[in-house]
Design a protein around this ligand. Structure first.
Ligand SMILES: [Zn+2]
Length: 181
């Protein structure tokens, strides 16, 4: 992949992230998920290939450049970070997980596996909700994460990798994913 496309440069400028930092994140894609679809999502996120309604409108895929959840123009950053509705969603998730993330960490991770795993799945969830034109809810997000843990457990059992599976989810569960209270 050419990491120096104009689009890529613009993201670095927008997000104030050093390109060597972002390159480090690219290396983690395989570590973060073994689902091809999730890997594809992370790749697109890091490479600036995901779009808000502003771009989709320009391409003719949406009737309006406005946000699905408020009246502002929906850039990708607005959708994932700046929208008030998303801010309150993130606040609910961060509070329960006791994991406040900076905007940069929320978008591109921190280099810490369990934080990046959650950050990525929050972004994926928001993007999917937008795609399906539905409202995101923190409870649904936690439900999805619990299901993910359960399904990965079944796969790990078949592959005789339960030890690795438990080690991974013990780390992630520091953040209360599976605590339904
Ligand atoms: Zn909005």
């Amino acid at each position: 992949m050419d990491e120096r496309t104009p689009k890529f440069k613009r993201i670095l400028e927008d997000m104030d992230i050093e390109d060597n930092e972002l390159s480090e994140r690219f290396k983690n894609i395989k570590v973060l998920s073994y689902h091809p679809k999730t890997r594809n999502f992370i790749f697109k996120l890091y490479a600036g290939l995901l779009y808000g309604n502003d771009k989709l409108y320009t391409f003719g895929y949406r009737n309006s450049p406005k946000c699905d959840y408020c009246n502002e123009k929906q850039t990708l950053k607005h959708l994932l970070i700046e929208c008030d509705m998303i801010k309150s969603l993130r606040a609910c998730i961060y509070t329960r997980m006791r994991m406040p993330l900076t905007d940069m960490e929320a978008l591109y991770g921190s280099g810490i596996y369990e934080v990046d795993y959650i950050a990525l799945h929050i972004n994926k969830y928001i993007y999917q909700c937008k795609y399906l034109e539905k409202q995101p809810h923190s409870e649904e997000f936690f439900h999805i994460m619990s299901s993910e843990m359960y399904i990965e457990g079944l796969i790990a059992e078949k592959r005789d990798r339960l030890v690795q599976h438990k080690a991974k989810w013990n780390k992630i569960n520091v953040f209360n994913i599976n605590n339904t209270t």
